[in-house]
Design a protein around this ligand. Structure first.
Ligand code: HEC
Ligand code: HEC
Length: 359
């Protein structure tokens, strides 16, 4: 008797199949808070316009890319419900059942803002940025890597994430329209709100940032120059990251910094060994050049326009700092006293990690 004919197996298969359909109420998208505050009739009209252009949970649609077919979005939705929804939520609002206790919080896609992009500060990401993030995860946060999923599943789930994202953006546009017009005029929706959402995505696809100068072979001199730049008043990295890069500054410790999504945030601990935006020199370059959207981390493209090699110096220094623990150096516990240059620091050595400092 083959395994598949075994009665126990059949019973099991039926149970699994039934469990799959046991969800009592069909999933629907929840509206943003701004929508729920509108008068009832406007809410109804707004939701209808939103469904027409950006789809519903039952019939998802990718606004701006009508060539992405229903089967792909369905597949993406299945993957999303299996692997993403517990953190990112049915509507992509970042409010899944396990999200509340996380730092950083899972992304609320609905603003269209993503942190780890290869596009200039303030721009939408490229589709390939999201594919890369889903593949390799965001190290040092709860966002897992999904590189073991089939490539088609990753592509499909990214399309689905994009559909939730643009739906959220259109929802905000419609709220603005209603605030202004006190009605949902279908012509204005089609001619103004929808293009306002799509255009930013079109612009992003053509705006990939390439380094201004080519990546050098890093030496101790790059690290020393990078440290100087990091500690300089001109760039002010230390104001947020601390002199030692651990982010133990007053603002960080007091929780004074907020991100675009309204959550408390802090400057990255660059010594943690896991850079959220990726560990490659190019990843670090892009973080410094482009900044991190939605957070206080500014882009330094303008500040360093006349001295582009300094970005690579900073990359060398960040890599040095982030790898220090891995190579067995122990940073001091607790907040750190002001930076005092020592002889070894001047020669490109490891001031924070000298044996005295580690005790
Ligand atoms: C265990 C929780 C968890 C799961 C499961 C999860 N994520 Fe995330 N995700 C996060 C967190 C936390 C962040 C925010 C990290 C940050 O801000 O640095 C995030 C961020 C993201 C981002 C934003 C990247 C950027 O550049 O801003 C995307 C896109 C994303 N996740 C997609 C997915 C997809 C697709 C899935 C399922 C295949 C998924 N996530 C599953 C927790 C999760
Ligand atoms: C106004 C505060 C501020 C300043 C100034 C600042 N940063 Fe940041 N930086 C941040 C914050 C906040 C983050 C974390 C973003 C996030 O949520 O992932 C960050 C993230 C980073 C990252 C990415 C870390 C990762 O995990 O991938 C790098 C690299 C970085 N900063 C380097 C620098 C350098 C170099 C300078 C100076 C040229 C600098 N920062 C100046 C606030 C700042």
């Amino acid at each position: 008797m083959s395994v598949s004919k075994h009665p126990l197996f059949t019973a099991l298969a039926i149970c699994v199949a039934l469990a799959g359909c046991s969800r009592e109420t069909p999933v629907t998208f929840t509206s943003s808070e701004a929508v729920t505050k509108l008068p009832d009739q406007l809410q109804v009209d707004l939701r209808a316009a939103l469904a027409e252009h950006a789809g519903s949970h039952a019939t998802p649609k990718l606004l701006g890319n009508e060539d992405v077919d229903a089967a792909t979005l369905r597949r993406g939705q299945l993957v999303y419900h299996e692997r993403c929804v517990q953190c990112h939520g049915d509507s992509g609002d970042g409010n899944g059942p396990v999200a509340a206790s996380m730092y950083p919080r899972p992304r609320d896609y609905r603003k269209g803002i993503f942190k780890f992009t290869s596009t200039p500060y303030g721009a939408r990401p490229m589709r390939t940025d999201l594919i890369r993030t889903v593949n390799r995860g965001i190290q040092g946060t709860s966002m897992p890597a999904f590189r073991l999923l089939p490539e088609e599943d990753i592509a499909a789930v990214v399309d689905y994430v994009l559909s939730l994202t643009r739906r959220g953006e259109l929802e905000s546009q419609l709220v603005e329209l209603v605030d202004f017009e006190e009605a949902v005029d279908p012509e204005l929706v089609k001619d103004e709100c929808v293009p306002a959402v799509i255009q930013k995505w079109v612009d992003a696809e053509g705006s990939e940032v390439s380094p201004l100068t080519s990546q050098p072979v890093f030496t101790a001199e790059h690290v020393t120059r990078g440290r100087e730049a990091f500690l300089s008043e001109q760039l002010g990295c230390k104001k947020c990251h601390g002199e030692d890069g651990r982010g133990q500054t007053k603002d960080n410790l007091a929780g004074n910094l907020k991100d675009t999504w309204g959550h408390v945030t802090r400057a990255a601990d660059l010594t943690g060994g896991f850079l959220h935006g990726g560990q490659r020199p190019l990843d670090i370059y892009l973080r410094i050049h482009n900044g991190v959207n939605g957070t206080p981390m500014p882009g330094f493209a303008n500040a360093l326009r006349d001295d582009p090699d300094k970005i690579w110096d900073l990359v060398a220094y960040v890599m040095h700092v982030t790898n220090a623990r891995r190579s067995g150096e122990r940073p001091l516990p607790g907040p750190i006293s002001p930076y005092v240059p020592t002889a070894s620091a001047e020669s490109g050595g490891d001031a924070e990690a000298s044996p005295e400092a580690a005790e």
